[in-house]
Design a protein around this ligand. Structure first.
Ligand code: GDD
Ligand code: GTP
Length: 381
């Protein structure tokens, strides 16, 4: 049997996602209409023999997380648990700390995933690749290709092209190492814990500090040491993958998942019908949203719970979070409109997408006060 672990981080993480991560833990931020984490969980639930999904993080358990877990469990009919670290233990420290719970029931292997990635999650392909490559290795890393400049922001992998063994692993190198980057999605056998439990000399140095005694960085402490020992393989995906670090990248990820819905969840995509707003391209609309039929939405728009959209409104490449109100004839482009915010009549809110690292505008509100970037109004109609 198999298990899956998702690293969800904690409140000190997701700083680039502020202010959006003040209101809701970043892993629950809606991407293409559902919490970011739900995409991971849905992919895990598709894998035959998947027995349990464990979320590991250092958030205090809260209502929102509990509600999400219980509704995902019911909907997908798979047990999901949250295990809380007493402090941020790093990407390897949490799984090591909870290894008994992960190994209970005797899984043959388990997936480990960063929560802040968007992917087609080719988990079954990784499993097949793992089985085809015999018994010697204890981990398969999902890799994808990036250009030379982009690669410096990720873990970089040098592989043996014939055997797919990981020869070198360097986390966020300062100069170019390889164009194969680590996607933060792994398949491990239980043997990985034997390697995490044996500290490398670098780790000893890190562990000297009192606070840091259980912090283990999977990438720097474990992968770097295991590389070149035939213990790690890389499986390169041709499917979509992206990180979700900033508000702009959430809009990009939303576009990728909305496109994927044509295959996986066509029922989540809005269609053009008489008496409903005009839909262009891929759009998600929560059933409780109230949208004037003269509004035009899309491509790449997600409209959350209880949103009100008035007449003549135009929305494109944007995420409208729950409770927001877009008043008549306003125009929202390349933006995230925050929970319960109001965009006034004829206002124009526009972010600036760029090709590689998109920069978008974010509108949000604390209580009744609305804050907007890029506000100006323009009489269009
Ligand atoms: N539970 C827990 N505890 N989770 C953590 C902790 C921790 O102490 N620290 C980080 N995480 C979670 C984050 O929430 C995120 O989902 C994931 O682990 C990785 O977070 P970062 O430490 O911020 O790393 P990164 O995103 O900059 O880089 C990682 O991901 C890249 C792909 O997106 C590395 O694995 C890179 O090698 C990789 O290329
Ligand atoms: P291209 O994609 O470059 O061809 O531009 P576009 O004609 O689609 O225009 P743009 O991306 O600027 O705007 C997208 C849509 O929003 C268009 O249908 C515009 O008519 C509409 N639009 C632009 N500004 C406003 C505005 O201030 N208010 C409203 N209601 N709609 C607007």
């Amino acid at each position: 049997m198999l298990k899956a672990i998702i690293l969800i981080g904690g409140p000190q993480k997701g700083t680039r996602f502020r202010p959006l991560s003040f209101e809701v833990p970043k892993p629950l931020f809606p991407v293409a209409g559902v919490p970011m984490l739900q995409h991971h969980i849905e992919a895990c639930a598709q894998v035959p023999d998947m027995k349990e999904i464990i979320l590991i993080g250092f958030y205090q358990p809260n209502d929102e997380l509990n509600r999400f877990i219980s509704s995902a469990q019911q909907e997908l009919k798979i047990p999901i648990r949250y295990l809380q670290e007493f402090a941020a233990l790093g990407t390897g420290g949490g799984i090591y700390h909870f290894r008994d719970q992960i190994l209970s029931g005797g899984p043959a292997a388990f997936f480990l995933m960063n929560a802040d990635v968007c992917s087609e999650f080719p988990l079954q392909e990784m499993l097949r690749f793992h089985r085809q490559h015999g018994e010697n290795h204890c981990g398969v890393l999902l890799g994808t290709t990036a250009n030379r400049t982009q690669s410096l922001n990720y873990g970089c992998i040098v592989e043996n092209h014939e055997t797919n063994e990981v020869l070198h692993f360097v986390e966020k190198p300062s100069t170019f190492v390889s164009d194969i980057i680590n996607c933060g999605i792994y398949l491990f056998t239980p043997d990985i814990f034997g390697h995490i439990g044996t500290p490398s000399p670098d780790m000893e140095e890190l562990t000297n500090g009192k606070q840091m005694h259980e912090v283990i960085r999977l990438e720097q402490d474990i992968f770097t040491t295991l590389a070149g020992q035939k213990k790690l393989l890389v499986y390169k995906t041709q499917h979509f993958w992206s990180q979700i670090k900033s508000a702009g990248s959430a809009i990009y990820a939303s576009r990728l998942y909305l496109k994927q819905y044509h295959q996986t969840h066509p029922e989540r995509l809005a269609t053009n019908q008489d008496g409903t707003p005009k839909i262009i391209g891929d759009v998600y609309i929560h059933p409780t949203a109230n949208i004037d039929p003269s509004a035009v939405l899309g491509p790449n728009v997600s409209v959350g719970k209880g949103v009100t959209i008035g007449g003549g409104v135009r929305v494109r490449e944007s995420i409208i979070l729950h409770g927001a109100m877009l008043q008549d004839h306003c125009c929202v482009l390349n933006s995230i409109v925050g929970w319960d915010s109001t965009v006034g009549k004829w206002a124009r809110v526009e972010g600036t997408p760029t090709a590689i690292t998109p920069v978008f505008s974010v509108t949000w509100s604390f209580r009744n006060h609305s804050y907007m970037l890029f506000w100006c109004s323009r009489n269009i109609f």
